[in-house]
Design a protein. Sequence first.
Length: 107
Amino acid sequence: MGYIQLALAIIGEIIGTNLLKASDGFTKPLPTISSLVAYVACFYFLSLALKTVNLSAAYATWSGVGIILTTLIAVVFWHDKVSIPEIIGIVLIIVGVVVCNLFSNAH
């Protein structure tokens, strides 16, 4: 159940981050409020996940998957450009997430 809650936290973080971009610096009320609601949901589910998932593995997974999916959404929907050094950094993050999950004491 912890990893389902972690997945919900990741979804909330991705939605919240993209709505944060859409809020245009908190100048648009609907995306601003929606972003805050998504972040509250994100942290709620993350707190539930931490009852059963090791903190280091949960946080690494939450942030790593969030970075990967947010970058993909930024490229596709926001038309952001991603450089080779950014891609290398994201690959290193993926390696870190895998290492944290493989060697976590929560399994």
